[in-house]
Write a protein that binds this ligand. Structure first.
Ligand code: GLU
Length: 502
């Protein structure tokens, strides 16, 4: 049983600068689960103050990915809410106002150092093997002087006035207390010269104004976490609970996935981008199950979770701060599990787009008949096309020599197929047992193993040496199609016989 928290207010706060990957999906998921479990709210906040890096398609992809995973937010740019706007680019003035408050409290200051001076400073520090930090030159300016220069239009930024003495202790829910010396923390820029706030200020202000109680975010923010705590405390605000989630490593466990490796991955039918997974035939249920378990576990043995299970069972206490290697073999396993969990009509509906994409004309009714005989075998939804495309193809393409049965000659195979044709034309195709018994006794009669006869017939009817159960497939295809395909196979096989005797 999970100890329930009181209703939380949590947020997913992506910067739409690139594609939406598994890591973002998982951050969003954990936030969502916590909100649903406690009857709280899940917010979507678009952090787009970095105008240079903003990519409109990235935002589109993000929304589609979250929708596909089923992570609906309660407040956000599109649905609104009482603490909006939820898009940071619409909150520029708010951040500026709060930055000025910090200046008035002597917790921040205007800095007029030119990019050239800063570059020189940096070079010098690197040369002297010192940490590269702002040297605090403008800290000494009086507010009066600074404001005069601001009024005169001199380019400036606003920096945080990090205390130079002592240390700060912050608390991450998974890692406990972390103490750092203040002198190691830079006087970070809060507002750039173009008037736009940076993450460090904008996110802290928003979390406060949006009444966020728990911040579940990527552990890439651990290094600036002390700065964030300083900012929050400078305002005199209460800190939300911070939970820095584990990072994802590439499958080998060695380092993070690079761009080049992600491209390579796609060739193997995998991807770290949520949108691609949909195209590759994965179920959102499987993605959710899989990423939920990358960094969280329930009891070390339960592995199958629906969204509802996760909402009930998720708990911050079972989060694991260690990096998690992405394991695609596991993912395939989960996808299979969730495919087998689907109702037949649902499965039929989900495989349909893959047949359509392959250029096949499918009938829904037939798909519903096919779904049960492929359900056990599918790893991804698109496997259905390879497995069951023959149901919808006008013509089957296969190498005619495949019609030669195992350990049989072409002539023997032809004879067997002729007998099959005669037998099948006398049967009606309503009962699979009747067909099966008849074919088995035919094989026996001809001194063949049932497998030999079925092998020939399988190629003739499906064009594949591996297929869903043959007799069931024949019943679904219907007598007319089966007979037609057998006749075509007979012709092809006759040609093979001819060629081999020529
Ligand atoms: N915009 C930040 C990012 O995408 C959000 C971090 C956070 O959750 O606070 O990394």
């Amino acid at each position: 049983m999970v100890d329930r928290l009181p209703p939380v207010r949590v947020r997913f706060a992506p910067s739409p600068t690139g594609r939406t990957h598994l890591g973002s999906g998982r951050t969003a998921l954990y936030n969502y689960l916590l909100a649903r479990q406690t009857g709280g709210q899940f917010l979507l906040r678009i952090e787009d103050t970095d105008q240079k890096r903003y990519v409109p398609e990235a935002e589109q992809e993000l929304i589609e990915s979250l929708n596909w995973l089923g992570l609906q937010w309660d407040e956000g740019p599109d649905v609104g809410g009482p603490y909006g706007p939820y898009r940071q680019s619409e909150r520029k003035e708010i951040y500026l106002e709060y930055a000025k408050q910090l200046v008035e409290k002597d917790k921040a200051y205007y800095c007029f150092c030119t990019p050239e001076r800063l570059a020189r400073l940096r070079e010098q520090q690197m040369h002297n093997k010192q940490p590269t930090m702002y040297d605090g030159l403008c800290r000494q300016l009086t507010l009066e002087d600074a404001l005069r220069r601001v009024r005169q239009g001199e380019p400036h930024v606003i920096r945080f006035k990090t205390p130079k003495e002592g240390s700060i202790t912050v608390r991450d829910y998974l890692r406990g207390e972390i103490t750092v010396e203040n002198r190691t923390i830079d006087d970070y820029i809060l507002v750039k010269s173009d008037g736009w706030a940076l993450y460090h200020l904008a996110a802290m202000v928003d979390d406060q104004l949006m009444r966020i109680t728990h911040v579940l975010r990527s552990s890439e923010w651990l290094s600036t976490f002390p700065l964030h705590a300083h900012i929050i405390r400078a305002f005199g605000w209460q800190e939300p609970l911070f939970v820095h989630l584990s990072v994802f490593l590439k499958p080998s466990g060695k380092g993070k996935m690079s761009k080049r490796e992600s491209a390579q991955l796609l060739q193997d039918g995998y991807s770290i981008f949520i949108k691609d997974l949909e195209q590759l035939g994965y179920l959102p249920e499987a993605v959710v199950n899989w990423i939920a378990l990358m960094g969280w576990s329930y009891d070390d043995k339960t592995e199958f979770f629906t969204m509802q299970d996760l909402i009930e069972k998720f708990s911050l206490d079972h989060l694991n701060p260690s990096p998690a290697a992405i394991n695609f073999t596991k993912f395939d396993h989960f996808n299979g599990l969730h495919i087998r969990h689907l109702a037949i009509e649902d499965l039929a509906k989900r495989v349909k787009p893959f047949f359509v994409k392959a250029g096949l004309k499918v009938e829904d009714q037939k798909l519903i008949q096919i779904a049960p005989i492929i359900q056990e075998r599918l790893v991804t939804l698109d496997d259905a096309v390879e497995m069951a495309g023959f149901f919808f193809r006008e013509e089957l393409e296969y190498e005619p020599s495949l019609l030669i049965g195992k350990n049989m000659s072409a002539t023997q195979s032809l004879k067997a197929l002729q007998e099959c044709e005669r037998l099948l034309s006398s049967l009606d195709f309503t009962e699979k047992e009747t067909i099966e018994t008849a074919l088995r006794s035919l094989a026996e009669h001809m001194g063949l193993k049932a497998g030999q006869l079925f092998g020939i017939l399988r190629i003739a009817v499906t064009g594949q040496s591996v297929s869903p159960p043959l007799i069931e497939s024949m019943v679904i295809l219907g007598k007319a199609t089966v007979m037609e395909r057998v006749q075509i196979a007979l012709k092809r096989l006759a040609e093979v016989v001819q060629e081999s005797s020529a």
